[in-house]
Ligand binder design. Structure first.
Ligand code: CUA
Length: 196
């Protein structure tokens, strides 16, 4: 009896104090639960990636980001707005830190528009407020979005994906002109909003 009294570990704890062994057991249970949840969530990510073709937004069209400027669809001379045989428009834009090239594209109102975008470096975002256009622009992939502008005007297109220190200054514009004005524009005017 005297031994029990002198060993503090064997003394009864005051009310409300949980024994250290019980605390350790609870901590172990919660830790195991967390670990189980972590494994479950990782398994969900891996399974959906494999079974539901998790991939960058838009079409899975790959491109070599290191040679964009040299040749092919995104060479500098090919950027901006082009008119297709069926009258629809295709705007090709390259995103890089921290600008869109070209900085402004001209489009015609009430005409089907297809944006084709790619990145030369990191992930950027392409957003046209008040339209259905909102996509990530991932290096190595071509993002394609289609829209149609109901009203003429100048639309801002901010990069909406954090891409580095200059992200906040990464803006470009779309200038939507009346339908009858568009055919008169020279190719250089279609990729620039500077008054010529
Ligand atoms: Cu580009 Cu943010």
């Amino acid at each position: 009896m005297a031994d029990t009294q002198s060993n503090p570990l064997l003394q009864a704890l005051p009310d409300g104090i949980v024994p250290a062994t019980e605390v350790a057991r609870n901590e172990k249970h919660w830790l195991l639960l967390m670990l189980g949840l972590l494994i479950l969530l990782m398994a969900v990510v891996v399974t959906t990636t494999m079974t539901s073709a998790l991939h960058p937004p838009s079409n899975v069209e790959t491109i070599d980001p290191t040679t964009l400027h040299l040749s092919g669809e995104f060479a500098e001379s090919n950027l901006g707005t082009a008119q297709e045989r069926d009258g629809s428009l295709t705007a090709r834009v390259v995103a890089d830190q921290y600008a869109f090239v070209p900085y402004c594209v001209k489009l015609a109102v009430d005409t089907p528009v297809k944006f084709r975008l790619t990145s030369a470096d990191v992930v950027h975002g392409f957003l046209l407020p008040a339209t259905n256009v909102n996509t990530m622009v991932v290096p190595g992939y071509v993002a394609e979005v289609r829209t149609r502008f109901a009203r003429p005007g100048v639309y801002s297109m901010p990069c909406n994906e954090f891409c580095g220190n200059g992200h906040h200054g990464m803006w470009a514009r779309v200038s939507v002109v009346p339908k009858e004005q568009f055919p008169a524009l020279a190719p250089t005017e279609r990729s620039s909003c500077v008054q010529q």
